[in-house]
Design a protein around this ligand. Structure first.
Ligand code: HEC
Length: 97
């Protein structure tokens, strides 16, 4: 794997920051989405390129998150937060599946 640089492919800069509108649309609290975003940015590009929310179906996110949280050595609460965040991003983008 290329060392460190995940910015090169252009995708990650498009991952949106949580906003009050996103929180409202997803039914999650802004704090929860902010935690998910923070964990995502800190951890989820460590071993592979960032898997952008829109590129992975919700069912596949639900499938992958327990494994990834294990890989990253994070608590269960962060699994929920990252999942809530990526689902909220997908909803904001109009992808409900
Ligand atoms: C310690 C290394 C490591 C970390 C940290 C990590 N991953 Fe992964 N990820 C992998 C490996 C290895 C695979 C492929 C094999 C597997 O499923 O375990 C993978 C696969 C995936 C897939 C599946 C892609 C697909 O096409 O189905 C997704 C989605 C994913 N990771 C998201 C994440 C997210 C979100 C995080 C942050 C919570 C994360 N990863 C953190 C190692 C990691």
């Amino acid at each position: 794997m290329a060392d460190g640089e995940n910015g090169g492919t252009g995708g990650i800069s498009e991952v949106p920051n949580p906003s009050p509108a996103m929180a409202k649309a997803s039914g999650k609290s802004l704090g929860q989405l902010q935690r998910g975003h923070e964990v995502y940015m800190l951890k989820c590009g460590e071993c592979h390129e960032y898997q952008l929310p829109e590129r992975v179906d919700i069912a596949d996110w639900e499938d992958a998150m327990p494994k990834m949280i294990g890989h990253a050595g994070l608590p269960k609460s962060d699994e929920r937060a990252v999942l809530d965040y990526v689902v909220a991003v997908k909803k904001q983008q109009g992808q409900e599946y």
